[in-house]
Ligand binder design. Structure first.
Ligand code: ZN
Ligand code: ZN
Length: 366
């Protein structure tokens, strides 16, 4: 009942009434393949997706469900075909993707997050054998080495965790749209991912516009490094900033409050709106073709391995610090953290810590 055959984690056992009451469960580990890596988990960020999945917002999921895909830990075992240079004892991260075919045109061009055989870290069956992975609120995870990212030495475990999904997800569209000196970039929605968006866009050299509904986040956005702040509850903002931005990234966890009539007006002609928001399954964007005049809209997904490595190097080089609140992992604390995520009561991201205290009996012998 223990490692290496079984892992232990905190799971949602009922996505309706009891989603706020996770319970400790033991579950069988995935079959160990020659390019797999076993990781003893030390910390895990709490992503908005964790809450969406726990609540069942994205549809029914196989229960019990251990969420968490901003994982930092130590390598404890390597398959004999591993060749990315990892060693036992290395500190590594795992984000929201754990598999892809690694053979198609997309995979061969740093677009593995758009591979038709994409598998998410938890809740989605693997194509080969139907095994359903569990996430990082757990003692261990077993992952193909392509999705295991080395962590630069200077970065702190608890501070770097949220970059593995949230940070990477906003970095990819920033990078692909040419974020850098001379570019004017909008970050729409100043929450967990939005705060990372401001920090990263600024570090990449862009002029950053933080965009939010009210003025409530103006002060913190400036502290994070935003050069400008737009509150969309103000009268006439779309005229004042007409034709200003090269592109913008939508970082909120819902699109229902986004005004697609006004927002595109502040873009230059054919500017880009990249959304990384994955709202409730029942939410949809309804746009008349005339509303699409003169801009482009796209949905961006996670980031490639190459982009995650590049982002972590940037964060190390520029000494970027996320705003993270750490919370020791436990049933009670996960419940509290989920509630606070729901009410937006976090500046700006949680990292669950102290895994060794909860999963002691499962640690591999050192
Ligand atoms: Zn995530
Ligand atoms: Zn592929």
């Amino acid at each position: 009942m223990s490692y290496p055959d079984n892992f232990e984690g905190f799971a949602v056992v009922d996505s309706h009434k009891k989603w706020l009451s996770p319970e400790k469960v033991v579950y069988p580990a995935k079959q160990f393949n020659p390019r797999d890596v076993d990781i003893e988990i030390e910390a895990c960020g709490v992503c908005g997706s964790d809450v969406h999945c726990a609540k069942g917002n994205w549809g029914e999921m196989k229960l019990p469900l251990v969420v968490g895909h901003e994982i930092i830990g130590k390598v404890v075992r390597l398959g004999d075909k591993c060749d990315t240079g990892l060693k036992v004892g290395d500190r590594v991260g795992v984000g929201a993707q754990v598999s892809a075919c690694l053979d198609c045109n997309r995979c061969n061009n740093d677009n593995e997050q758009y591979c038709p055989k994409f598998v998410t870290t938890y809740s989605q069956p693997y194509f080969e054998d139907g095994y359903v992975g569990q996430g990082g609120y757990a003692s261990h995870i077993r992952v193909h080495e392509h999705f295991v990212i080395p962590i630069p030495e200077s970065l702190e475990t608890n501070n770097v965790a949220p970059l593995l999904c949230g940070g990477a997800t906003v970095y990819s569209p920033l990078k692909r749209n040419g974020c850098g000196p001379g570019k004017k970039v909008g970050i729409v929605g100043i929450g967990g991912i939005g705060h990372m968006g401001i920090l990263l866009a600024k570090a990449m050299g862009a002029e950053v516009y933080a965009i939010s509904r009210s003025h409530a986040k103006e002060e913190t956005s400036k502290q994070l490094g935003a050069d400008h702040y737009i509150a969309t509850e103000d009268e006439g903002w779309e005229t004042k900033y007409f034709d200003t931005l090269d592109f913008m990234v939508l970082c909120g966890n819902s699109l229902s409050a986004v005004d697609f009539g006004k927002l595109p007006k502040i873009l230059k002609a054919q500017g880009v709106i990249a959304s990384i928001s994955v709202p409730d399954q029942h939410e949809a964007i309804h746009l008349h073709p005339a509303q699409l005049l003169g801009f482009q809209i796209t949905q961006s997904c996670l980031a490639s391995r190459a982009e995650i490595i590049e982002m972590l190097n940037l964060v190390a080089e520029k000494k970027i610090k996320l705003w993270v609140e750490t919370v020791p992992i436990s049933e009670e604390n996960i419940s509290t953290v989920f509630k606070r995520m729901e009410s937006g009561d976090v500046r700006f991201r949680f990292t669950l810590t102290d895994f060794d205290k909860q999963f002691d009996q499962f640690k591999a012998k050192k």
